[in-house]
Write a protein that binds this ligand. Sequence first.
Ligand code: ATP
Ligand code: MG
Length: 414
Amino acid sequence: MANLQPVRGTRDILPDERQRHRFIEETAREAAQRYGYAEIATPIFEFSDVFKRTLGDTSDIVTKEMYTFTDKGGDEVTLRPEGTAGVARMLISGGLAQNLPLKYFYRGPMFRYERPQKGRFRQFHQTGVELLGVTEPLGDIEVIALGAAVLDGLGILSKATLELNTLGNTESRSAYREKLIAYFNDYRTDLSEDSQSRLERNPLRILDSKDRRDREIITNAPEFSDSLDAESADFFAAVTAGLDALSIAYRLNSRLVRGLDYYCHTAFEFTTEELGAQGTILAGGRYDGLVEQMGGAKTAGVGWAAGIERLAMLAENVPDEARPIAIIPVVPELQTKGLAIAHDLRSRGFVIEFGYRGNMSRRLKRANKLNAKASIILGPDELERGAATVRNLDTGDQEEVPLETLADHLKQYS
Ligand code: ATP
Ligand code: MG
């Protein structure tokens, strides 16, 4: 027999959770809209090169986590592990570069072959923003402010800490790289296997290691701030000054590096203590090198992505689903009349539940189970008079209401 379990690391999202996700997506979308970021959607799979050439061939994502397969036409494609590479590809293939700056918002599923655990799945969902074509620190400030606005809208800004770092420009990064290689070389054999292989190719990423022994060695590693040239230091100073001006609190974290190779200057993460090891809820930075690396014209970029599942675990103020009004015909002969009233009320925007079968008490029970606000009880005698009984299910009060004014009467329940 077929294996009917969902694939490991994937899950079904049932109505309550989907409602939470939708609230998060909508809160993020509305905030993005206020900042002038328009929603787009790119395909959930791309030619593998889109990710391989941009995420860096030493990144965890490319080396371990990609869902890659050859399709029936022989093309090698990958389910997207993140959103930025696809947006950069869209900018190039869509010839959108003449319209810079561009401001985009997206949401949707991402796929990474990781070890599933709390807050970590193989299919998960992100919402994110990208600001393309803005070289000024103003861009960094704006996208961070937008990230804070989203968390604020979800009622979780106070549970989150903004951690901030700079990865400097290319020159600063290569100077720092040399110092890091020299430092880590002394501990080469003590480093985890992963970090040993990062040492030559991308020593910065060792700073991101979660390995306990690596973390000890990292404690005394050289500080990036000592390698920043004047341009990089000025850029970062402008970013922090902007955040100060907006009263957005942050904590400098010189060990914060992004997992991907294309970042420069500002790197940031909003983290929380409330989700255990999976504490990063919204993360981003500047990626001025990405579009060029992919084969387009040099284009500045800065953005972030947030994990919807992790936000959903924290969000405080998720509104309840609209409570329905139940229509209850007391005898089977009134089923069609009930259906017609339901049809009319639904077309006027009311949320109407129509029990499909059963006697009145069974239908009332179901109405209560669905948390209905009111029930419309259709009995032959009232109908004779052109009326129905409306019962407030919270108070138990009921009154007879003429069908002509039923919609008006029900407004108190919408
Ligand atoms: P982590 O260090 O937790 O692996 P990451 O650096 O790989 O995170 P990003 O690529 O920056 O994460 O993705 C941005 C956000 O997407 C994360 O902060 C997190 O909220 C969410 N996220 C990333 N991977 C997963 C996953 N496998 N399952 C659920 N959410 C995820
Ligand atoms: Mg990861």
